[in-house]
Write a protein that binds this ligand. Structure first.
Ligand SMILES: Nc1nc2c(c(=O)[nH]1)N[C@H]1C(S)=C(S)[C@@H](COP(=O)(O)OP(=O)(O)OC[C@H]3O[C@@H](n4cnc5c(=O)[nH]c(N)nc54)[C@H](O)[C@@H]3O)O[C@H]1N2
Ligand SMILES: Nc1nc2c(c(=O)[nH]1)N[C@H]1C(S)=C(S)[C@@H](COP(=O)(O)OP(=O)(O)OC[C@H]3O[C@@H](n4cnc5c(=O)[nH]c(N)nc54)[C@H](O)[C@@H]3O)O[C@H]1N2
Ligand SMILES: [Mo]
Length: 763
């Protein structure tokens, strides 16, 4: 490709005709026959299946088409007519497949039978399910459980997740990392400390009662498009939306509803953000301190002038702890520092604070732009500080709204997938299943890979992830994965983590939950928790991809039985045949959340879990909601000492990917076509370095640990992004992200702020 223009500004609102066209294109490319497109009518319906894409709430009274472009693509991707058969591996050796692009690996189609790696032919060859289970059991039994890792990516159901955590603990380890460790773990830690629950407190009905919403570092149009519906309704009521995001994201600017013919045909789309503040990457703590400063200053003035208070003083006194220390910090912090670190002008921050002070009920939505920083947990705490100032937690229409990623990532934590023993009901499990669970802390994702790089991990059971692509420091972590003794991959499609294999390696193909799951006890359903803490049942509607794929519960039960043999009191065969038995066990372990699970799982809109903070009951250390004084105004304090030419790289997603699954190489919203090997850069930064549009550069990480981290062949795209900040795509830029560059308390990799320099450029 020559130096043609890689991007054109996307002139259209998100949603709209572009979105429908994109869906039609992928349905036809995946040869999803028309009759199957009716599948989409069952998506996110109380009697259908829950979308395999994002975790946004599913309303009780869904639209006829309760799906979005991303969800439709994800469905098409799973229901594709293409298959990877045994013949595919006869044609392609593993060494050859290692040279394929991620997109082409998954595009080969659905995996259709269990496979074992054969080192002699360098090929995956068919194996029977029972042989696979027996050998995996033998291998695991020859290992030290503390050296075995059980990873869960956020898609697996509540039933599968509960079974897996129980199996791992009966086997002898709490090494239960999941995708949350790279995602919203900063939320799980930060919200728990601040308000006593590790999840958001808002529900769909709050959209109808709110007066103002904020977006911090969440790209709704691309990553949770169904949320655009309630947002649009709120905008029609006149609710302002204030966005803090370094990039001007078209999906946060305006929206046309593809389900409203009137809007589709007229240019009259809805403006989403009424204020848009392009702060510097890593500037959120500073910006929020600025917002709080404006509010506290206004309150001081009101008191001095004998006017009504701006702060919710009664709430602060009755419900919170630590306000005085925080207020002192805020009063002392200078506007010049706030402006320098946030990259925003005082007047702009005050404009946002004015709206906040006028509103009675405020919701703050946020995503990876806050959590994936060195001080990602502090960021979450700062948002809570801001909300607490005016009692915006535990009242209708208000609260923190962490927009979760994978469709059941929140639920997995709810049913025991956690490396932290204190977060799992170990005593209850011990009593319920008559065994002694391990009490030692297990490894999260970063720790598992740190241990792997040191050679201290022998096996990984990988339920649905593509870890060699999704974790940091690819050039260290990928080879470590290849040195494992055993890799077991449960997956729907082929990915690179299957190819960089252990000495003994299995690919175990599973059903997608769009498919009918037939077991001895009849057709089975599964369940999941959405981003607003509601539980939904889901049952498949299409025929399985092949007669030889199995459900995730079937696979986990098979391996558990083969490994634990008579050492387990669980009747794994009975659980495999009838998942209502698994739900009964979940309800026994967690009665407060899951009592009468079976009866309630088909409740339209899902059934809610108890959220004490929603009732202003604070399960924190002090029994009150906690204010926190930030440790540093800069979220990435270690970056400030670096060279003056340093750039902060954030790694992002496009609408044509779901994490490591790349549907195609375009980014429709950002107007980038045909390649993902790009760097988005401010024109002034380009001029300073004499860089031209389309020119190729090599990025190099600035770090003094002696490791040279580089990504070559990235093309410059001029973009509306603050100076000193650049953006590239995840996972292509993961070799640049050091494994140790993570949020201190949550170990979420700092994927939104990687210190880099331009090491070379070519015309
Ligand atoms: N289509 C699609 N949908 C998805 C996914 C997908 O890959 N594709 N992935 C799913 C998953 S697992 C997740 S976790 C979610 C992720 O969804 P999001 O949380 O939206 O994640 P990202 O796209 O990584 O980045 C979000 C935004 O953060 C901004 N940002 C970067 N740095 C900063 C910063 O320092 N401050 C602020 N305020 N903003 C910043 C970026 O410009 C970007 O707009 O989406 C889920 N949904
Ligand atoms: N630099 C950088 N790194 C990041 C991020 C970032 O923003 N920047 N984001 C992080 C985030 S938020 C996350 S969540 C992680 C995600 O990282 P991973 O958990 O590794 O995730 P995915 O890419 O979602 O997993 C893709 C694979 O899941 C398999 N799969 C799909 N459906 C199913 C199913 O139903 N069952 C099973 N068993 N398998 C299935 C397919 O085979 C597919 O290849 O990446 C993180 N890494
Ligand atoms: Mo995620």
């Amino acid at each position: 490709m020559d130096k043609e223009k890689l991007n054109e500004a996307y002139p259209h609102p998100s949603g709209g005709w572009g979105s429908l066209r994109a869906v039609a294109k992928i349905l036809s490319r995946e040869k999803v026959v028309l009759k199957d497109s009716a599948v989409l009518l069952h998506q996110n319906k109380p009697d259908g299946f829950m979308c395999v894409s994002c975790s946004w709430a599913k309303p009780a009274d869904p639209h006829t088409f309760e799906f979005c472009e991303s969800g439709a693509k994800a469905t098409a991707w799973d229901t594709t007519a293409k298959r990877v058969t045994a013949n595919f591996f006869q044609l392609h050796s593993v060494s050859e497949l290692l040279t394929w692009h991620d997109h082409d690996l998954e595009e080969a189609g659905r995996l259709s039978g269990p496979l074992r790696y054969d080192p002699v032919s360098d090929r995956y060859v068919p194996v029977s399910w029972q042989e696979a289970f027996d050998e995996i059991g033998r291998e695991l039994n020859a290992m030290d459980p503390e050296q075995v890792v059980f990873y869960t990516s956020g898609r697996a159901s509540l039933e599968t997740s509960y079974m897996l955590q129980l199996f791992a603990r009966m086997y002898g380890t709490n090494n239960l990392p999941d995708s949350s460790n790279m995602c919203h773990e900063s939320t799980s830690v930060g919200l728990k400390e601040a308000i006593g629950v590790g999840v958001g407190t808002i529900m769909l009905e709050d959209f109808e009662k709110t007066d103002l919403m904020f977006f911090f570092g969440q790209n709704v149009g691309t990553n949770s498009p169904r949320m655009l519906h309630p947002l649009q309704d709120a905008r029609k009521r006149g609710v302002p939306i204030i966005t803090f995001n370094p990039l001007r994201e078209p999906g946060l600017v305006s929206f046309a509803n593809p389900q409203s013919p009137v809007q589709m045909l007229s240019p009259d789309h809805t403006q989403i953000s009424t204020q848009y503040h392009q702060l510097r990457t890593g500037g959120d703590t500073a910006a929020i301190v600025g917002l709080c400063k404006a509010v506290i200053t206004a309150d001081d003035a009101a008191m001095a002038g004998g006017r009504p208070r701006v702060l919710d003083d009664a709430f602060i006194r009755e419900h919170t702890h630590g306000f005085e220390d925080f207020a002192r910090y805020v009063r002392q912090t200078e506007w010049t520092d706030i402006e320098r670190v946030s990259g925003l002008m005082r007047a702009d921050i005050e404009r946002a604070a004015d709206e906040y002070m006028k509103a009675n009920a405020v919701i703050v939505h946020y995503g990876m732009g806050l959590t994936q920083h060195r001080l990602g947990v502090q960021n979450v705490r700062m948002l809570c500080n801001f909300l607490l100032l005016r009692g915006n937690i535990g009242k209708p229409g208000a609260g923190p709204s962490p927009v979760r990623g994978h469709s059941n990532v929140q639920g997995q934590r709810t049913v025991g997938i956690t490396e932290k023993p204190e977060l799992a009901p170990l005593d209850k499990l011990a009593q319920q299943f008559s065994f002694e669970p391990p009490r030692k802390k297990g490894t999260n994702t970063v720790e598992a890979f740190e241990a792997m790089v040191k050679g201290e991990v022998t096996a990984v059971f990988n339920l649905g992830g593509n870890l060699v692509r999704s974790v940091p420091d690819r050039l260290q972590t990928e080879p470590a994965w290849g040195r494992l003794r055993l890799t077991v991959n449960v997956a729907t499609k082929l990915n690179r983590s299957h190819l960089v294999h252990g000495a003994v390696s299995y690919i175990l193909p599973c059903l997608s939950r769009i498919e009918i799951d037939r077991q001895a006890g009849g057709e089975q359903a599964v369940s999941m928790e959405d981003s607003t803490g509601r539980m939904h049942g889901s049952h498949g509607v299409t025929e399985p991809a092949s007669p030889d794929v199995r459900s995730e519960p079937f696979i986990v039960a098979g391996i558990a039985k083969a490994t634990l043999e008579t050492k387990s009191t669980v009747d794994w065969d009975a659980w495999r045949d009838d998942y209502s038995r698994v739900r009964a066990a979940i309800a026994e372990t967690y009665p407060e959340i899951f009592h009468t699970f079976e009866a309630r799982m088909w409740t339209p809109g899902g059934f809610p879990r108890p959220l004490p903070a929603r009732e202003r009951k604070w399960q924190t250390k002090s029994g009150k909601a906690e204010f926190m004084v930030p440790e540093s105004l800069d979220e990435d304090p270690d970056m400030t000492e670096h060279e003056p030419q340093a750039l902060r790289l954030m790694t992002l997603r496009s609408d044509s990917q779901f994490n490591t699954t790349i549907y195609n190489l375009d980014d429709r919203f950002r107007g980038i076509k045909g390649t993902r090997m790009v760097v988005l850069m401010n024109r002034a930064d380009m001029a300073l370095r004499s860089l031209q549009e389309g020119e190729e550069v090599t990025l190099q990480t600035i770090a003094d640990d002696g490791i040279d981290r580089r990504v070559e062949g990235l093309r410059i795209v001029p973009y509306d992004i603050p100076r000193g900040c650049i953006a590239g795509y995840y996972p292509e830029c993961n070799p640049l992200l050091p494994l140790w560059h993570y949020a201190k308390e949550s170990k979420v990799p700092g994927a939104k702020s990687i210190p880099v320099r331009i090491a070379a450029h070519y015309r």
